[in-house]
Every structure is written in structure tokens, then in C-alpha cells.
Design a protein around this ligand. Structure first.
Ligand SMILES: Nc1nc2c(c(=O)[nH]1)N[C@H]1C(S)=C(S)[C@@H](COP(=O)(O)OP(=O)(O)OC[C@H]3O[C@@H](n4cnc5c(=O)[nH]c(N)nc54)[C@H](O)[C@@H]3O)O[C@H]1N2
Ligand SMILES: Nc1nc2c(c(=O)[nH]1)N[C@H]1C(S)=C(S)[C@@H](COP(=O)(O)OP(=O)(O)OC[C@H]3O[C@@H](n4cnc5c(=O)[nH]c(N)nc54)[C@H](O)[C@@H]3O)O[C@H]1N2
Ligand code: SF4
Ligand SMILES: [Mo]
Length: 738
């Protein structure tokens, strides 16, 4: 070992599993990446994507300097020039059109970046726009809405306690590949194996026999978009067969009778044909859940991104309650995050609950949920003239041109904007439309704490990663850019002292929290700044915190810093009623908004199955749209294939490796066919996030094997009306050989 070798630690920023990594550094370069065996949470696990951290850092296409579009061409610019350009162009748009003339759109990596998570709210406040969009509405808003209504806060998501569970029913999720979602569970494979080794069982319900189904005890095909029928059948069976045993939660729930009445008509025998699962199986799964002391049902993307997303999300938690598995060891439990969780703040046991629909989108009248409008409304808000039209966009770590339905319409709309800023590390399918691109540092150059994923972790923990490498000279952190744009929007100018601005905002907050002691708290947080200062505050006032001295053994950021592999905070523990924030202080089993939506289900019960519908899929060496430029991950067999069952292939004249056209009305895309009996007959599966053949990007590797954009086929007007989430699953398509 020479003096220039070192070992550093970093939480992997690529997926929700949030694995702790150990990096070998030589001469200031990362030479090796492995799982940190001492990590209190991930215990050495990593997947092939972790290696991509090095490729990402070294990627010559990754932007290191701001770009400004001049005469249609991007040129590199200094940071001050880039901010000056924003100052020149953004305030006049706000002055002319009001706050709603500026929209914001956030992408998935925001939730993996402490800097963006903690400082976007400052920008949002400065802008005051109601036109806020994010990838949440092509993802998890249905779950947020259902848990919000049931438990009182948007992120109170119960997660399977997999290490103590003996029966796990998984719907519309493929954690063997995705590594878990709204369920932070590194090494799902190892945990599933352990579950089975102790005699437990796992069952998967999915229109594809997935990698997760392969390691399960049983798999059932389900008609895409029909989970609501399957779930209603289970709930009905539980009531009908006298299997409803909520145990200690009985005293903490409202709405048993309303629920029983609402599901009465959905006897398994009536819904079986609609969902494609026979009544005996539906009843059998309900009985197994009810009879197994430690069991849980879990659903994810497949159950959210469909026309009944909110109802599915609700029924999954309802079943956990009815079978006595919610908030019980080995069931579905509430994590207790060390910082930032709404269900650990304020008065325990009751609160204001959540409301949606405080405003509606201008063009389609879609409802606001959790402060946001559906991302599928973004294009129409830009391309529909009239008062309130969106004229400027700030896009942050998102690539909606590929990730949102009808990407081509959005791309055209973006060209019609008066001004667009992208905070992004690539010149890609979305940022190419920007006038200014501000690149964040590489993940190796910034500090990290899992603001989001500690709230969904199957075990409680607190881990912090300091920057692994020094930042490039002059490179601001992303929170600094957000504050600068906030200052510009408020008319304070690009060269405002953002340190002072940051301190002033915090002082205001501390005044509210601590009154006369505020100055003392501010002093105790010094000399930290930016996100670390907010993190320390949240930790110290959080459920394990030192309370600024009141609990001397409690957590501070410094204590976590001293533990490079993190601090374990134990398995999940019972949190009902303390975690509830509903006005009633009860779990709301039968929110009226959800019961009303059952009318849509009733009307759909007899819907005939289209000949062919499409669903999505995820792949291990990829993450949404943006990791296809990393050589270590991009190599290997061509992956953007359309999987079809042999029966469909024969029926439609398709053959393995051949090309076919997928059609949805006027929209069409050409795909490579892969024939596989892992598909349910009548269902085709295509991954999203591909289609890197658009002009004007700088993605050398990805452009070499672009794949096709699934979202060029999907319809931006199909939404779950309650949550506004896009319908990505179960959409009828036609397919023909080329
Ligand atoms: N048809 C279909 N569509 C889907 C889905 C599906 O299952 N089917 N899934 C949906 C889901 S769940 C999601 S979450 C969305 C994702 O939707 P998006 O978030 O829009 O898509 P990503 O591909 O994650 O794009 C991330 C962007 O962030 C940039 N980026 C990466 N790291 C950083 C960083 O550190 N800082 C900054 N500033 N930028 C960074 C990347 O260059 C890229 O432009 O896609 C959705 N779209
Ligand atoms: N390797 C990798 N990991 C990722 C990502 C990635 O792109 N690649 N993306 C990350 C993101 S942003 C997210 S949100 C998570 C998502 O994590 P998961 O929810 O585990 O996502 P998927 O792997 O897409 O699994 C969804 C499953 O739903 C099935 N499905 C589709 N329609 C239906 C339906 O109507 N009913 C039922 N029951 N099933 C259906 C699909 O066949 C698929 O197997 O993964 C994250 N992790
Ligand atoms: S599973 Fe997710 S967090 Fe873990 S190494 Fe892979 S990409 Fe990173
Ligand atoms: Mo996602």
C-alpha cells in the first residue's frame, strides 16, 4: 500500500436498495468497487450496476461544465455565465405570465440525492408555481394517495418484514431485478432464499413469469390491469369465510362495515375470469394469508401504473390489516426513519391527514396530489395556448421525453417553450431541449444520506457518505444551483450571497421550532452548511436524536460520520397508533373517495380481454433511461426486446429475433421479437427507458444501441383518475411482423 491508496465508502445512488459500497482509491482514482461487508444494512451485497459508478464518473459524455444553447447549438459556459443567462431570461417570463408560467419537473434521481431532495422545496417556494410535475405520477402516486388516506401521511408505506416473514405474496413487482421499490431491501435474493430455507413460501402474481417468480414457490399469471378484481375477490373471501382477524388493530381502524358492504359483490367466482386467476386460487391465497401467523402481501409498479392503481394500492394494505399482518412482526410494518419522516414528526397518533385536489390542472382538470399534477399533463400545459400557459420549464434529474407516455408530443412541446433549464449530468433526450444545462457533480463528489429510502427500509438504519473525491474546481453542488435559481426567481439576482440566503431560511425555520432557543440551535449546527446542516438538525430532532443534549446518547450527524458502515437501528417495531396522522387517529379502511371509485370497477367487470396488451419490464443492468451510456452495463446481448408467448407468435406470424411493429392507434414503434413462454398469452412485455436515437444528444455509447421508446406508444391521456398516475400497463396494442 502506498500513501496514495485509500478505502472510501459510498451508499450506491442507483436504486432503492441503497447498498453500502467500499471503494479502493489509487492516486485519486477509483480502481475497485465492492460491497461493504461491514455495512450494517446491506452487509456486502451489491449488484452489477454498482460498478457503473466508476464508469459514470469517468464517462467522457458526462457534463462537467454548464452548456448554453446559442443559435441552436450548445456551447460550454462558465457557471456565472450560465446563471446570468437564467437571470436574463427567467424573471421576464414570471413577470409576464405569473408564477404558473414556470413549471418544474423532477426525475427519479432526485430521490437518490440529498442535495436535491432537501433543496428543491426551497426552489418550489421561491417559484410559487402550481405547475409541479415529477416521475412520481408514472410511478408511486397511487400508493402515496392510498397510504395518505389510510394512515395520514404520504410516505407511510408499510413494507414486508421479510426477515421474519413466512409467507409473502408479491404482485406486480420483480425485486430480483429491481432490488425492491417502496421497499428498501438489499439482497432480496438472499432474503427470499432464507425465507424459504426456514420453511416459508413465496408466491408471485404477474403477467410474466419473472426472475422473482423463478425463485418463488408458485406463480400465477394475471390479466394486466385486473389486480383490483383479484384483490377484491380476496377481501370478499376473507369476509365471507369469517377469516377477518385484525387482532389488536381492530381498535385502531374505522370502516370495517363499509368495507364489507363495498366488496360484497366481488365473490371470487365472479371476478376469476376478469383477472385470469381461478376462484379456488384466489380463495386459497386469502386463506393462506389468514392462516399464516407471519405473512404479508406486497405490490409495486405493476399494481400502481394501471387504471385502478389507487384501489390496488389500498386493497393490498387492507388485506394486510384484515389478516392481522399490518404492524406485526413478519408482516407489513412501518419503518421508523431517523430523519425527515412525516410520521415521526408532530403529535404522535393523529394529525391533519392528507388532502388531494387542492387545485386542478388547467387543461385537463387533473387533480393535484401531494402538491403535484400528473406528468402526463405537462405537454398539454405547454402546448395549449391561453391564460396560465406554461412558458418556462425547470427540469431536474428527469428524462420525461423517454420516461413519460407520448414522449414525442412532449419533445415537440419543449421546443415551444420560451425558456428551459435542465439540471442534468447528460445532454440527453430531454436536456437537449434546454437553453441552459447545469450539471451536478458526479455521485463520487457529493455527500449523501438516504432522505427517502430510510423511510421504506425493511430494517432501520442511519448511514452517511461523505464525498469520495474532491469536486472539480468551481463545480457547485446541486443545492447551490437550486438556491441560485430560487434567488433569481425572487428577483435577488444570480450573484446573491446564497450562504446568507440559506442561513436566513434556516433561522426562520428554527424560530418556529425553538422560539427563544433558536440562536443556540443555530450555533450548535455550526460550522456545518447546506444539506449536512439540515440533516444534522433532522437527525437530532428525530426519533433517535440527541435532542441537542436532552438525550446525550442520541444520534447526531457526527456520530454517524464516525461509523463509515452505518449505525443499525434495529428491526421494525410496532408503530400503530403512534405513526398515524389521520384526523381520526384511526386507520381509515374505507375512505369514501376509494369506495366511490369502485363504481368504475363495477362497470369494468365484464370488459372483454383485448387480443394483446402491453406491459413493461426492468432489467438488471439498466436503470430507467439513463445508464445505457456506461460501457460496463451496456455490453452483452441486445435487451430492448418485445417478449411474446409462442402462441401469440404463431398467431401473429412473429418469430424469435425477427422485427415487428407495435401499434396503438396512430402511434407505432418497431421492435425486435423474443419468443418466450415466460409471458402470459395475450401479453407483450417491453422495457422502458430506451430510444436513444434522437438527434442532438451526447450519448456516444447509448446511441450505438438505441433500442426503442416504449413510451412513444403509450397514451398520455390514460390516467388513474384519483391519483393522476399514468396507465402504463395493460394497454391494448396490435402487433404485426415487419
Ligand atoms: N412505460 C414505462 N414508463 C416508465 C416506467 C415504466 O415502468 N414503464 N417507470 C417509470 C418510473 S417508476 C420512473 S421512476 C420514471 C423515471 O423517469 P425519469 O426520472 O424521468 O427518468 P430517468 O431515466 O431516471 O432519468 C433520470 C435523469 O436524471 C439524470 N441524472 C442522473 N443522475 C443525476 C444527478 O446526480 N443529478 C442530476 N441533476 N441529474 C442526474 C439523468 O441523466 C437523466 O436525465 O420512469 C417511468 N417511466
Ligand atoms: N435494475 C433496475 N432496477 C430498478 C429500476 C430499473 O430500471 N432497473 N428502476 C427503479 C425504479 S424507478 C422503480 S420504481 C422500481 C420498480 O420496481 P418493481 O416494481 O419491482 O418493478 P418491475 O421490475 O418493473 O416489476 C413490475 C412487474 O409488474 C408486472 N406487471 C405489469 N403489469 C402488471 C399488472 O397489471 N398486474 C401485475 N400484477 N403485474 C404487472 C411486470 O410484468 C413486472 O414484472 O425499480 C427500481 N429498480
Ligand atoms: S442493488 Fe441497487 S443500490 Fe445495490 S448495488 Fe445494485 S444498483 Fe446499487
Ligand atoms: Mo420509479
Amino acid at each position: 500500500m502506498t500513501s496514495s491508496t485509500a478505502v472510501a465508502h459510498r451508499i450506491c445512488p442507483f436504486c432503492e436498495a441503497s447498498c453500502g459500497l467500499e471503494l479502493d482509491l489509487e492516486e485519486g482514482r477509483v480502481v475497485r468497487i465492492r460491497g461493504d461487508r461491514n455495512d450494517v444494512f446491506s452487509k456486502g451485497f451489491l449488484c452489477p450496476k454498482a460498478i457503473g459508478l466508476k464508469d459514470l464518473h469517468d464517462d467522457p459524455d458526462r457534463l462537467r461544465l454548464p452548456l448554453i444553447k446559442r443559435d441552436g447549438k450548445f456551447v460550454e459556459a462558465s457557471w456565472m455565465e450560465a446563471y446570468a443567462e437564467i437571470e436574463r431570461r427567467l424573471p421576464p417570463i414570471i413577470a409576464a405570465g405569473g408564477p404558473d408560467a414556470v413549471a418544474t419537473v423532477l426525475g427519479n434521481p432526485v430521490s437518490h440525492k440529498m442535495s436535491l431532495m432537501l433543496y428543491f422545496p426551497r426552489l418550489a417556494r421561491a417559484l410559487g408555481t402550481r405547475n409541479m410535475f415529477s416521475a412520481s405520477s408514472v410511478d408511486q402516486v397511487p400508493k402515496m394517495l392510498s397510504v395518505g388516506l389510510m394512515f395520514g401521511s404520504w410516505l407511510s408505506v408499510p413494507v414486508p418484514d421479510i426477515e421474519r416473514c413466512d409467507f409473502l405474496l408479491i404482485l406486480g413487482a420483480n425485486p430480483m431485478v429491481s432490488n425492491g421499490s417502496l421497499w428498501t431491501v438489499p439482497d432480496f435474493r438472499g432474503k427470499a432464499k432464507a425465507l424459504r430455507a426456514r420453511g416459508g413460501r413465496m408466491v408471485v402474481v404477474d403477467p410474466r413469469r419473472t426472475e422473482t417468480a423463478e425463485v418463488a414457490d408458485a406463480h400465477h399469471f394475471i390479466r394486466p390491469g385486473a389486480d383490483v378484481f383479484f384483490l377484491l375477490g380476496m377481501v370478499q373471501a376473507l369476509f365471507e369465510e369469517g377469516l377477518v382477524r385484525p387482532g389488536r388493530l381492530a381498535a385502531h381502524c374505522n370502516g370495517f362495515e363499509e368495507l364489507a358492504a363495498a366488496v360484497r359483490d366481488y365473490v371470487p367466482e365472479r371476478v376469476a375470469a376478469r383477472c385470469g386467476i381461478d376462484a379456488a386460487t384466489i380463495r386459497g391465497l386469502a386463506r393462506t394469508l389468514a392462516a399464516t401467523p407471519r405473512a404479508a402481501i406486497y405490490g409495486r409498479i405493476g399494481t400502481c401504473t394501471q387504471q385502478f392503481g389507487t384501489l390496488c394500492s389500498w386493497l393490498i394494505d387492507v388485506i394486510n390489516v384484515l389478516t392481522g399482518h399490518l404492524d406485526e412482526e413478519g408482516g407489513a410494518m412501518f419503518p421508523k426513519a431517523a430523519a425527515f419522516a412525516a410520521n415521526t414528526r408532530g403529535k404522535p397518533g393523529a394529525g391533519r391527514g392528507v388532502v388531494s385536489g387542492r387545485h386542478r390542472s388547467r387543461v385537463s382538470g387533473a387533480v393535484e396530489v401531494a402538491g403535484e399534477l400528473p406528468i402526463t399533463c405537462l405537454a398539454e400545459e405547454i402546448d395549449t395556448p391561453g391564460p396560465g400557459q406554461v412558458k418556462a420549464l425547470i427540469a431536474i434529474a428527469g428524462n420525461p421525453v423517454l420516461s413519460s407516455p407520448n414522449g414525442p408530443r412532449l419533445a415537440a412541446a419543449l421546443d415551444g417553450l420560451e425558456f428551459m433549464v435542465s439540471l442534468d449530468i447528460y445532454l440527453n433526450e430531454t436536456s437537449r431541449h434546454a437553453d441552459v444545462i447545469l450539471p451536478g457533480p458526479s455521485p463520487l463528489e457529493d455527500a449523501h444520506y438516504d432522505v427517502s429510502f430510510t423511510q421504506f427500509s425493511h430494517r432501520n438504519h442511519a448511514r452517511y457518505s461523505p464525498p469520495v473525491l474532491p469536486r472539480q474546481p468551481g463545480q457547485p453542488d446541486e443545492w447551490e444551483s437550486l438556491l441560485r435559481i430560487a434567488a433569481i426567481a425572487q428577483g435577488q439576482g444570480a450573484s446573491t450571497d446564497i450562504e446568507a440566503l440559506d442561513a436566513a431560511a434556516l433561522e426562520q425555520e428554527l424560530d418556529k421550532l425553538f422560539g427563544p432557543a433558536a440562536a443556540q440551535v443555530m450555533a450548535a449546527l455550526a460550522p456545518q452548511r447546506g444539506p449536512e446542516r439540515l440533516l444534522d438538525l433532522a437527525l437530532r430532532t428525530g426519533p433517535y436524536g440527541d435532542g441537542f443534549g436532552r438525550m446525550p446518547a442520541g444520534l447526531t450527524l457526527d456520530k454517524i460520520r464516525q461509523a463509515p458502515s452505518g449505525i443499525d437501528l434495529g428491526p421494525m417495531t410496532q408503530r400503530i397508533p403512534e405513526a398515524l396522522r389521520t384526523p381520526s387517529g384511526k386507520i381509515e379502511l374505507a375512505p369514501p373517495m376509494l369506495l366511490d371509485d369502485l363504481a368504475r370497477v363495477a362497470a369494468d367487470l365484464a370488459a372483454p380481454a383485448p387480443d394483446l396488451v402491453i406491459v413493461g419490464r426492468r432489467q438488471l443492468r439498466s436503470n430507467n433511461s439513463w445508464m445505457h451510456n456506461l460501457p460496463a452495463l451496456a455490453k452483452g446481448a441486445y435487451r430492448c426486446t418485445a417478449l411474446v408467448h409462442p402462441v401469440d407468435a404463431a398467431r401473429l406470424g412473429l418469430f424469435d429475433g425477427g422485427m415487428a411493429q407495435l401499434r396503438n392507434g396512430e402511434r407505432r414503434i418497431d421492435v425486435q421479437v423474443e419468443v418466450s413462454d415466460e409471458m402470459m398469452p395475450g401479453v407483450v412485455s417491453l422495457p422502458h427507458g430506451w430510444g436513444h436515437d434522437l438527434a442532438g444528444t451526447r450519448l456516444g455509447v447509448a446511441a450505438g444501441r438505441p433500442g426503442v421508446n416504449l413510451n412513444a406508444l403509450l397514451d398520455e391521456n390514460l390516467r388513474d383518475p384519483l391519483s393522476g398516475n399514468a396507465v402504463l400497463s395493460g394497454v391494448a396494442v396490435e402487433m404485426a411482423p415487419l
